[in-house]
Design a protein around this ligand. Structure first.
Ligand SMILES: [Fe+2]
Length: 245
């Protein structure tokens, strides 16, 4: 089992965390989902210290039973969904340098933790993630199904927006929450804000090298969880007859 090796973080690492944390927390209180903002406090993230995974895991354990699992980098699909199925969220431990504050080839620990972990304090979201992994694990040998699954994951867990009852349009996707520019872009009038329809998402392609042009908006995390049977139906329907879009 890989470990975080907290003592290896340098003063620059701590400074980069603080810069990124401050920049996002300056704008996110009026932009991020209430559940996410509550989650930041619940999991104990603070500006002046890179999170210690052992401490975060103790808090998560009590909140929803989820855990951070240290991984080297991007995880193969099967292992990724097996981890989610065991209520373990994979996170790298390396942090971007000062020189690459806004441009990354692959997700670092700021994305993996600041972006993904706070919302794991929300039980409905966790239930969705676990149920989603169960569906994904059934289709590991079907390339077309996996493409739809990655789209559904992308447009929810990574780039999802929510219409918070009291606050209006808010962010919950980790790819947005860990990016200053995309946080602003996602809520602006430039992109399309579309209703959450699993079938539509399964058939919508995305690009990883630009800010998104489409965001799908949920009404609640319960809605995500409740949509699992529909997701399963959509995947089953198209897995047998690929549609090329
Ligand atoms: Fe991510």
């Amino acid at each position: 089992m890989l470990r975080q090796n907290y003592e290896n973080y340098t003063a620059e690492n701590q400074y980069v965390w603080q810069l990124l944390f401050d920049r996002q927390m300056k704008q996110l209180p009026s932009m991020a989902s209430a559940a996410y903002l509550e989650g930041i406090e619940a999991v104990g993230f603070v500006r002046d210290r890179i999170p210690n995974f052992d401490e975060v895991n103790k808090r998560l354990e009590k909140l929803t039973g989820w855990q951070i699992e240290v991984v080297k980098g991007l995880v193969p699909t099967k292992e990724f969904f097996e981890l989610l199925n065991q209520k373990r969220f994979p996170s790298s431990t390396w942090l971007r340098t000062l020189a690459e504050l806004d441009y990354l080839e692959e997700p670092d620990m700021f994305h993996d933790t600041f972006g993904h972990i706070p919302i794991l304090s929300n039980q409905d979201f966790c239930n969705f993630l676990k149920g989603f992994s169960e569906i994904a694990l059934e289709y590991l040998d079907n390339e077309w199904a996996l493409k739809m699954i990655s789209r559904l994951y992308w447009f929810t867990v990574e780039f999802g927006l929510i219409r918070d009852t009291e606050n209006g349009l808010r962010i919950y996707g980790a790819g947005i929450l860990s990016s200053s520019g995309e946080s602003i872009h996602s809520l602006s009038d430039n992109p399309q804000h579309l209703p959450y329809v699993p079938e539509k998402i399964a058939l919508t392609d995305y690009r990883i090298d630009i800010m998104q042009t489409n965001y799908f908006v949920i009404d609640s995390y319960k809605q995500l969880f409740d949509s699992l049977p529909e997701i399963e139906k959509v995947i089953r329907k198209y897995a047998a007859e690929p549609v090329l879009v």
